[in-house]
Design a binder for this molecule. Structure first.
Ligand SMILES: *Cc1c(COP(=O)(O)O)cnc(C)c1O
Length: 399
């Protein structure tokens, strides 16, 4: 008797899950507003995960990814993942340090925390953090969380930090911790590191730490001919944040944080004997499955896969722009960006395509954007532009 009761209950809850998946599948087709890859290919990984018996074990990557771990962890794979991505951003094997994080926000948290500690250790002074007003809000939130002094710098219409405004704001008697937005959230605006670095140099502050927030752009730029934008041999930054569930194509929130050993050595390490390790990173327990999946993706899909996807994403962005132009629709797009923005259509349309919205009086008021990710194909773009054109015509008639 008992077993049949369980069987019915199991069936019911599995039906609940299946119904939920059907809705998810329908939704993802038109998921244009947020930077997620909605055509993932992790099925073989999950099959291995179950068949190998890994699904019966806990994985926990507590500890330094570059130190051997005595515990049940995937830390060896995590180090290889970091060693794969490090050189893509211009880090040499000798100078590279970093970790696989829980998200872009977690990577920014490490960038700001490591930067502040680095500057304190170097100068004995509290830094001031400089961030543009259009940078992702996590940067402001984290500066607040860490009790640091924040100076928000105005942006131009493209979303980039205005160099003159930074020059006015800099206090050279205190260390400068600058967060460069490499792709602002709404406009895909890019802070011009070369120009801003020159401004900082002219002010000659006591010390400087540069963190790059490249959550979305940091996924694809290294695989394109615009890799110079995130290459630290060209732009001499100290750390960088990348989200792994955006362009890189992980199926859950995750991130990568890369920095140098020089920065690491100026952290407060808090030795933890039972972990056989100094613990400079913020979280103790860390996800061991994420680095394992990333390692699998590197082996299974490899660099060629990301290179082809990056090319396609930028080509499809160009296609979208051409189609918008042909339809006579005003739009804006930044250099090397897959984010295209335009006047906000009706609420129904915004809902249908799950578009993100914002407001900028300099560009005529309410705006919406589309992020051209892997699943935003040319076919879908064509339908989208046709519908958007009709939308604007209806709005004009109503006006
Ligand atoms: C998405 C994003 C973040 C936040 O990353 P999460 O992985 O969502 O925490 C930070 N900065 C930028 C520029 C982003 O696009």
């Amino acid at each position: 008797m008992l077993s049949s009761v369980i069987a019915i209950a199991e069936t019911e809850y599995m039906v609940a899950l299946d119904n939920w998946v059907s809705n998810m599948k329908a939704q993802r087709e038109n998921d244009f507003g947020y930077p997620c890859d909605q055509q993932l290919a992790l099925a073989d990984f999950y099959q291995w995960y179950v068949e190998s018996g890994m699904s019966t074990m806990v994985l926990n990557n507590a500890g330094d990814p570059f130190q051997p771990s005595p515990h049940i962890s995937s830390i060896g794979f995590e180090e290889e993942v970091l060693r794969f991505f490090g050189p893509k951003f211009g880090f040499t094997a000798e100078e590279l340090w970093g970790l696989v994080t829980f998200s872009g926000t977690d990577s920014n948290n490490h960038g700001i925390y490591f930067g502040a500690n680095y500057l304190r250790s170097l100068t004995g002074m509290e830094p001031i953090v400089y961030v543009s007003t259009e940078a992702h809000y996590s940067n402001m939130r984290l500066v607040d969380l860490q009790g640091l002094e924040l100076r928000l710098i105005d942006t131009d219409e493209t979303g980039a930090m205005i160099p003159e405004k930074l020059a006015e704001a800099i206090d050279p008697s205190r260390p400068v911790l600058i967060v460069f937005a490499m792709g602002t959230t709404f406009k895909g605006g890019v802070d011009n590191q070369a120009v801003l670095n020159q401004i900082i140099a002219e002010k000659s502050p006591v010390a400087v730490y540069r963190h790059v927030d490249a959550a979305l752009f940091g996924g694809y730029l290294p695989f394109t001919d615009r890799k110079d934008l995130v290459d630290r041999t060209v732009q001499p930054y100290d750390s960088i944040a990348i989200s792994a569930h955006k362009f890189i194509g992980l199926d859950e929130p995750a991130g990568i944080f890369l920095t140098t050993r020089e920065v690491l050595e100026r952290q407060k390490s808090y030795d933890v004997p039972y972990l056989n390790s100094g613990m400079p990173m913020i979280s103790c327990s860390r996800n061991g499955l994420i680095p394992l999946k990333l390692w699998w993706m590197i082996q299974h899909d490899g660099e060629e896969h990301w290179t082809a996807e990056a090319k396609e994403v930028l080509e499809n962005t160009e296609y979208l722009c051409e189609e918008l132009e042909r339809a006579g629709i005003t739009f804006w797009v930044n250099d090397a960006s897959n984010t295209v923005f335009f006047a906000k259509p009706s609420a129904e349309f915004v809902h249908k395509y799950d578009l993100a919205t914002d407001h900028d009086d300099r560009l005529g008021g309410d705006l919406a954007h589309i992020v051209v990710m892997q699943h935003v194909s040319k076919d879908k773009i064509q339908i989208f532009v046709n519908e958007l054109k009709q939308e604007y015509e209806e709005l004009n008639e109503a006006a």
